[in-house]
Design a protein around this ligand. Structure first.
Ligand SMILES: *Cc1c(COP(=O)(O)O)cnc(C)c1O
Length: 385
């Protein structure tokens, strides 16, 4: 059986968790959290990083920090995870969905400007599969209109756009360390920013609306309630797990890219003959092997292929149902312009097994099974009716 995902484990997780327990420091913001903050700041080349309890919470924090209020509009793709939208809807925003690009499944940067109104407060760029959105175009349209940019970089740690880390372009970057992501702490995430003022406000929002972070640094002699906030900091046990992962970030990244390359090469014959589409990595994008997907004819063929693979012990899964077609999405948002790509392409997409430690032989078995499904009719007489 080849699972779709296996949570990453590198070897030192338990040792670090034990250290946290022995040190009698298991609540948040101890030395493991601190280590992860410095690692993220260094790796991403950002001024500030804060671990959070999830990427969902990092997105909620950005909505709070941007002061999103009822009636504000936030632009994003419809092809994304629920949390991208929910974080802003919780603050009363209306979501304005924009179509995506067929090649990357990312927001179509050429359609953003037409979606901007006097109420638009933010654009959320989701880097699907760790492949960058066109950040130059997005940042320039945002600056021109004085609108904030939040990067949903949940899938994008270790990925770059023209050499610069994803998550470091916008006002805020939100990362996920859920067990389905390249690096994990079970449940968890991070919020990053280059804005000092936003960072100090973020510390307060993250610590129940108190200035406890400053108190711990000895900058105030007691901590009190100074603003609105919630509890968005993870336990040291989770941060200890994450440290073991981040220490081997390069190894994990290379291993995933290797698997990605095996798939891409093995499935090239089907892509070249137009039987399937495979991911496009635009010029200037360094991705992180977060996902390998193929696109088949339509959702019917996809269902057949899922069954075909399942019968061979291979778990392949589809992905997002576009948010604008969901009941909450219809209630809280609207689609700007026409949905030309989003629905059609999302119904064709199938994700193949991908995780740190997936054996080459297993990747090859997946490839063979996909090739077998698409074998020309002459070789599959039993299927001719
Ligand atoms: C995984 C994911 C999230 C949510 O991350 P959590 O850490 O589980 O809250 C949000 N957005 C995208 C694009 C994701 O892939």
């Amino acid at each position: 059986m080849i699972n779709f995902n296996v949570p990453p484990f590198t070897g030192r997780e338990l040792e670090y968790a034990q250290q946290a327990v022995r040190a009698r420091k298991i609540s948040g913001d101890g030395e493991f959290t601190e280590w992860c903050h410095r690692w993220l700041e260094q790796e991403l080349q950002v001024r500030h990083a804060l671990l959070t309890t999830s990427c969902t919470h990092a997105l909620e924090m950005s909505a709070l920090l941007l002061g999103i209020r009822p009636g504000d509009e936030v632009i994003m793709p419809s092809y994304t995870f629920v949390s991208t939208a929910n974080a802003f809807v919780l603050r009363g925003a209306r979501i304005v969905f924009v179509d995506i690009r067929k090649d990357t499944m990312n927001i179509d940067e050429t359609r953003i400007e037409a979606a901007i109104t006097s109420r638009t407060k933010a654009i959320v760029a989701v880097h699907y599969a760790g492949v960058a959105c066109e950040m130059d175009a997005i940042m320039s349209v945002a600056r021109k209109h004085g609108i904030a940019v939040v990067e949903d970089a949940a899938q994008a740690l270790m990925a770059r756009y023209h050499g610069k880390s994803l998550g470091s372009f916008g006002d805020f970057g939100a990362f996920s360390f859920h067990e389905t992501k390249n690096y994990s702490m079970g449940e968890g995430g991070a919020l990053v920013t280059n804005d000092d003022d936003a960072y100090y406000r973020a510390e307060i929002v993250r610590e129940k609306g108190t200035d406890r972070s400053r108190f711990f640094r000895g900058q105030v002699d007691k901590y009190t309630w100074v603003g609105t906030g919630s509890s968005y900091l993870p336990s040291e046990l989770n941060a200890a797990y994450l440290r073991a992962q981040l220490e081997l970030a390069e190894t994990i990244n290379n291993s995933r890219l290797r698997t990605w390359g095996i798939y891409n090469e093995g499935l090239a014959p089907l892509a070249e003959t137009g039987v399937i589409d495979v991911p496009t990595i635009p010029q200037g994008c360094d991705h992180n092997g977060h996902m390998y997907y193929i696109k088949v004819r339509d959702h019917l063929q996809r269902a057949e292929l899922i069954s075909h693979l399942k019968a061979r012990g291979i778990m392949a899964v589809f992905h997002y149902v576009p948010l604008h077609s969901s009941s909450a999405g219809r209630h809280f948002g609207r689609f700007s312009g026409a949905d030309v790509v989003t629905t059609r392409e999302s119904e064709r997409l199938l994700r193949l097994p991908m995780y740190y430690g997936l054996k080459d032989s297993d990747a090859n078995k997946v490839i063979e099974s996909v090739l077998e499904f698409f074998a020309p009719p002459t070789a599959r007489r039993e299927h001719i009716r």
